[in-house]
Design a protein around this ligand. Structure first.
Ligand SMILES: Nc1ncnc2c1ncn2[C@@H]1O[C@H](COP(=O)(O)OP(=O)(O)O)[C@@H](O)[C@H]1O
Ligand SMILES: [Mg+2]
Length: 370
C-alpha cells in the first residue's frame, strides 16, 4: 500500500497544494502549529473517513472555506486508484476513480493506515476511552465492518440513555426494550471483535517489548469486557446483562453495563501496566501495541498499511526511539514521521526517502540541510 500523492484543498490550515510522497520513510519537520499533524490527519481521514482527533468532520474544513476536498492517488497491490473525499456543511461525498460511491463499506478498505499519536503514547494509564479508541482503529484494519458496528452501538447507547433519563418511571417499556435489543445486537459484535483482536496481538507483545527495551519481558494482553458475557460474546448474553441491570439503569438514568466499559490491560511480569508501570514503560508498551498491530497486519497477508507516526520521537528516550525507527523501517512499507526538529528523528534521517518542511500550512521538499 502506498500513497503517491495527496491533493489538499480547504483542509485545516493547509494551503491548497499537492504533496508528493515517497515510498519508504517521509520525514515532516516543522515548528509547532505549522500543519504537520494536519497532513497526517488528512491522510487518515481520506483512508478511514474518521479523524484521529476531531469527532466531527466539519471541524476539518478551513475556517474561511465552505468545503474541504482531499484527492489521493494510491497504489494497492500495484494497482493505481484515485480516492476522493469532499466534506461540506451538510456531510461528505466519496469517489473511487471517477465513480461516486454511496456505500461507505465499498470505499473503506481501499487504503489502510495505522496512525500513532502522542495521545496513544499515554493510553496505558489514560482514560479507558483512549484504549478503546486504539483497539477500534486497529480492529478496523482487519475487519472494516467493525466501524459500522461501533457506530450502531454508539447510536443505540445514546438513544437508550436518553430514554432512561427522560423516562425514569419506565412508562415506555416497549421502546426501551427495542433500544436494548439494538444495543445488544451491535454491542455484542463490538466486544467480540475487540476480544478477538487482543487475543491475536497478545503473543507478539513480549517479543516486541524486549526488543524495545533491551531485556526479557514477559507480557500479555488482557481484555476486560464491560459486561458479563458468555464465551462467544453472544447477543443473548448482552441482552441478559442489560435486563439484569435494568432497575439500576432506571434509577441512575444511564446504561451501566456493555462495551462502553470494555478495557484493556497489559500484564508485565505479572503486574498490571495500568497500575504499576513507570511512565517510560507505559510509553514502550503503547509503542509495542502499535508495532504488534502492524506486524499482525503484515503477517495476515493484508496489504502493508501506511504508518503515520505523529510527534512520538520527542516523548521517547533515545534507545526506544532508535528501536522504534529500526522496526518501522524493517517493515519496508511507507511511513510518515513528523517531528519538530531533525535531531529527534536522527536515527532515520539519513535513511529517509525524503524530508519535507512544514511552514504555515505549506509543505515543501527540504532543500539541502535543515
Ligand atoms: N479548521 C481549521 N482552519 C484553519 N486552521 C486550523 C483549523 N484547525 C486547526 N487549524 C490550525 O492548524 C494549526 C495546527 O496545525 P497542526 O497540524 O496541529 O500543527 P503541528 O505542526 O504542530 O502538528 C494551528 O495553527 C491551528 O490554528
Ligand atoms: Mg502536531
Amino acid at each position: 500500500m502506498r500513497i503517491q500523492s495527496i491533493h489538499i484543498q480547504g483542509f485545516r490550515n493547509l494551503i491548497t497544494q499537492t504533496v508528493e510522497l515517497s515510498d519508504g520513510i517521509n520525514l515532516l519537520v516543522g515548528d509547532n502549529g505549522q500543519g504537520k499533524t494536519n497532513l497526517l490527519e488528512a491522510l487518515h481521514v481520506l483512508a478511514t473517513l474518521r479523524s484521529f482527533r476531531a469527532s466531527n468532520l466539519r471541524d476539518l474544513i478551513h475556517h474561511e472555506a465552505k468545503e474541504a476536498e482531499l484527492l489521493g492517488e494510491v497504489f494497492a497491490d500495484e494497482i493505481p486508484l484515485k480516492m476522493r473525499l469532499r466534506i461540506d456543511g451538510k456531510g461528505r461525498q466519496l469517489w473511487l476513480g471517477d465513480k461516486a460511491v454511496r456505500s461507505v463499506a465499498e470505499y473503506l478498505g481501499s487504503l489502510s493506515v495505522v496512525a500513532f499519536t502522542p495521545d496513544d503514547l499515554s493510553m496505558i494509564k489514560g482514560a479507558p476511552a483512549l484504549r478503546r479508541r486504539f483497539i477500534d482503529r486497529a480492529a478496523f484494519l482487519f475487519r472494516p465492518s467493525h466501524l459500522q458496528a461501533v457506530r450502531d452501538f454508539s447510536t443505540s447507547l445514546k438513544a437508550r440513555n436518553r430514554l432512561l433519563q427522560e423516562d425514569r418511571a419506565g412508562k415506555d417499556p416497549a421502546l426501551l426494550a427495542s433500544f436494548s435489543e439494538l444495543l445488544a445486537e451491535a454491542g455484542s459484535k463490538v466486544s467480540a471483535t475487540r476480544a478477538w483482536l487482543i487475543e491475536m496481538l497478545s503473543p507478539r507483545i513480549g517479543e516486541i517489548l524486549s526488543f524495545l527495551s533491551d531485556g526479557h519481558i514477559r507480557a500479555q494482553l488482557r481484555f476486560q469486557a464491560g459486561w458479563k458475557h458468555d464465551s462467544s460474546f453472544s447477543k443473548e448474553s448482552l441482552a441478559e446483562a442489560l435486563d439484569q441491570g435494568l432497575e439500576r439503569d432506571r434509577r441512575r438514568g444511564t446504561t451501566g453495563t456493555g462495551p462502553q466499559g470494555d478495557d484493556l490491560d497489559v500484564i508485565l511480569n505479572q503486574a498490571s501496566a495500568r497500575r504499576y508501570a513507570s511512565q517510560g514503560q507505559q510509553r514502550a508498551v503503547a509503542v509495542a501495541l502499535m508495532l504488534a498491530v502492524v506486524d499482525s497486519a503484515v503477517s495476515s497477508g493484508a496489504e502493508q498499511p501506511v504508518i503515520l507516526l505523529d510527534d512520538v520521537s520527542s516523548e521517547l528516550d533515545a534507545l526506544r526511539r532508535e528501536r522504534l525507527f529500526e522496526r518501522v523501517r524493517a517493515f519496508g512499507g511507507q511511513v510518515l514521521i513528523t517531528a519538530t526538529e531533525a535531531k529527534l528523528v536522527e536515527p532515520v534521517y539519513e535513511k529517509a526517502a525524503q524530508v519535507l518542511t512544514v511552514h504555515e500550512g505549506r509543505i515543501e521538499q527540504a532543500s539541502g540541510g535543515l
